[in-house]
Design a protein around this ligand. Structure first.
Ligand code: PRX
Length: 675
């Protein structure tokens, strides 16, 4: 299975932007030999209020001075202007920017480019009226509704920096991020239905704002979209009918602080539909987005305006082979980088029509994705392997009820796609005629780094194949020596592409240490990779203490810290373990305090604590009793051994540095099988 190469159908190749590997190689070479010319040509389609004085300057070598990356320095522009005004001026005002599909199939709407621009201007004026100006950070904690896009672009229109926190994070995690970013204003909704479950987002926001206040930072204003009354399902469930939907019981129940909280619709009522864009510098911040760090403290990844625009636009165009008339759908939540680049910025920069989906793949049934594909005649579709694996479980039946005949490109992101899922995607969803683009990238990279190109790259299931334009990957050994030809090592990149982050907010030193210290001269991803005899790259997984649960990056350290903080826990160690649907999951070893019984109550409490502290997606799969942990004589926990216990692999290798060998057998005996 591993060996087979899937060559794109020639009828597809003929119509693609990049129709052969020769064309890809020529363009790639040009992007490397002359980045200024390559990206300069692309930049011409956008509006620059002032032209750059220098196109690219950077230092990637920490031994030579501070790390710095600058694209189009001296230029001024506005990304919102480029996404909306420019497209409206070019005659696309009446084109649909988004088809919105709600959690309930009966809730849907659409928004044209012109209307989106008006709404963005109105909300930009609202933000200004709340004292938000260039450089201020604005927190967004919202579900997948049109207002989230409006809020993001309103920020970028006035030069404010949006900081979206995925609305599945707990109040504590959210507070930690708002505190670090010193957010001035927060935008949220009253609540959201996720599948059949109601979540009161405003309550979580209140708890987070309260926590921030106690820790010395006050979020001045909170703007709330009234979302619940629109949801017919919730009203039906509450015994009211659709006709009197405006009197949803939830509406009046949400907690409210006079003077701080404002309804979105009331603020928007009198706001003007025109708002002159603030021209910002090419290297001014556009947004920050927190991602897990291996020490446990989240990192505020900061992206800037011009380079991100160029990279989001270009990767979107080529990786999805975008052309006018397409209907594109990326299922990612805007709370993650995929949602930023490939739900909002990339598609809008190309004047594309997208589907914005609020729901889940399983509600009201397991064929919801395929229903939506047929409903909007989606031809480019982008999702995560974890969703595919979860859907595969139900067999081909739910898929076969739908035609899916419009599909042309199928994308995958967030984690390695296993060959079984790849084949299911290719055969059952794509009817063996679509290109699969397995896109490897990170929050930090802003856009795709390694990816096949549709109609061009011969595909190998599970390989992210080759670098995108301007990207120079290298494999390094432990000593930083480059591995040439086939081999396996640390995956690093030798020079900056326009979309790479510029710093970690408020902590440039951590930025340099995390990404540039281990291998001077290179950006170090934290992932391992293998290059095969044909030059294809295969991501082998994280090489640090991070894991990828359903495509969400987590650090074992933050989960360990949460478990150890429980008063009945003496010590905890967490390792990653393979999971058939989630890809990876958390396997935890917990040593209770002397005299404390290791009970179901304790494990339930610990799971609850992790959910509350980090978020539901971080809930441990297994919490195993560990009367002791395997440690070296110097007291370091040997997680390597714990991984073997979790896998039930008795081949544990060298244990000569272990202080107490006896504990290993006990741990194997207490082992819990993952269901
Ligand atoms: O380990 C890699 C994995 O996801 C990590 C980045 O996670 P995050 O910053 O949350 O961004 C996810 C969306 C881009 C990477 O370090 N990863 C992402 N895409 C792939 C992948 N692993 C293998 N194959 C991929 N296509």
């Amino acid at each position: 299975m591993d060996k087979k190469v899937y060559v794109p159908d020639p009828s597809v190749s003929r119509k693609s932007h990049i129709s052969s590997m020769k064309q890809y190689e020529d363009m790639y070479k040009h992007s490397i030999d002359n980045p200024e010319e390559f990206w300069g040509e692309i930049a011409k389609q956008f509006h620059w209020e002032t032209e750059p004085s220098k196109f690219l300057s950077y230092n990637f070598d920490i031994t030579k001075g501070p790390i710095s990356i600058k694209w189009m320095e001296g230029a001024t522009t506005n990304i919102c202007y480029n996404l909306l005004d420019r497209n409206v001026k070019n005659g696309h005002g009446d084109k649909i920017a988004f088809y919105w599909e709600g959690n309930d199939p009966e809730d849907y709407s659409r928004l044209t480019y012109k209307k989106l621009l008006e709404e963005v201007c109105r909300f930009a004026n609202v933000l200004k009226s709340k004292g938000v100006s260039k450089g201020d950070r604005v927190a967004i904690y919202m579900p997948m509704i049109l207002e989230v896009v409006i809020a993001m672009l309103a920020c970028s229109r006035i030069g404010a920096v949006h900081t979206i926190v995925f609305a599945g994070f707990s109040a504590d995690s959210f507070a930690e991020r708002m505190l670090d970013a010193k957010c001035k204003v927060l935008i949220t909704t009253d609540g959201v239905w996720r599948g059949p479950k109601l979540i009161c987002l405003k309550e979580i926001c209140d708890a987070a704002m309260e926590r921030c206040k106690n820790l010395g930072h006050e979020v001045k204003n909170c703007i709330i979209v009234e979302h619940l009354p629109r949801l017919s399902v919730s009203q039906n469930r509450n015994g009211t009918t659709k006709e009197n939907g405006d009197t949803s019981p939830e509406k009046n129940k949400i907690p409210w602080t006079e003077g701080r909280d404002f309804w979105w619709h009331e603020e928007m009522e009198d706001a003007s539909t025109s708002c002159y864009p603030v021209w910002v510098g090419a290297e001014d911040p556009l947004f920050m987005l927190y991602t897990s760090g291996s020490t446990g403290k989240p990192k505020g990844v900061l992206h800037t305006v011009a380079g991100y625009l160029l990279y989001a636009a270009t990767t979107f165009k080529y990786v999805f082979d975008y052309r006018p008339g397409d209907v594109y759908w990326c299922t990612a939540d805007v709370g993650w980088i995929t949602g930023h680049t490939y739900v909002v910025y990339g598609p809008l920069a190309n004047g594309a029509t997208s589907v914005l989906f609020e729901g889940t793949p399983f509600y009201p049934g397991n064929s919801r994705y395929w229903e939506v594909v047929d409903k909007y005649r989606v031809n480019k579709f982008y999702t995560a392997p974890t969703a595919l694996r979860a859907l595969m479980k139900f067999g081909d039946g739910p898929v076969k009820k739908h035609s899916l005949s419009t599909l042309q490109v199928l994308g995958s992101v967030g984690e390695p796609i296993n060959p079984e899922a790849w084949l299911w995607y290719y055969v059952v969803i794509g009817h063996e005629k679509c290109s699969i683009v397995d896109t490897y990238w990170q929050t930090e990279t802003g856009g795709h780094l390694l990816t096949p190109l549709p109609g061009c790259t011969p595909m190998k299931p599970g390989s992210a194949t080759f670098p995108f334009f301007g990207v120079v990957p290298v494999l390094l050994d432990e000593n930083g020596k480059e591995i040439r030809g086939p081999g396996e090592g640390y995956l690093a990149f030798k020079r900056p592409w326009p979309g790479i982050m510029r710093t970690l907010f408020g902590n440039h030193e951590r930025f340099e240490t995390t990404y540039f210290k281990k291998f001077p001269g290179c950006y170090c991803t934290g992932d391992g990779a293998r290059r095969d005899e044909d030059g294809y790259f295969w991501i082998t997984g994280r090489v640090d203490d991070m894991l990828n649960v359903s495509g969400h990056l987590l650090s074992t350290a933050e989960v360990e810290a949460t478990l150890s903080a429980h008063p009945n826990v003496a010590e905890a160690a967490v390792v990653s373990h393979g999971h058939p649907i989630k890809g990876e999951c958390l396997y935890c070893f917990v040593t209770p305090n002397e005299g404390v019984k290791f009970s179901k109550e304790l494990t339930d409490e610990l799971k609850k604590k992790v959910r509350e502290k980090i978020g539901p997606f971080a809930t441990p799969e297994v919490i195993q009793h560990a009367p002791g942990l395997p440690k070296t004589r110097s007291g370091k926990i040997m997680r390597r051994i714990l991984r073997k216990v979790a896998q039930n692999d008795r081949n544990i290798g060298d244990i000569s540095t272990l202080a107490d060998e006896g504990i290993i057998e006990v741990l194997f005996q207490n082992r819990i099988e993952i269901k």
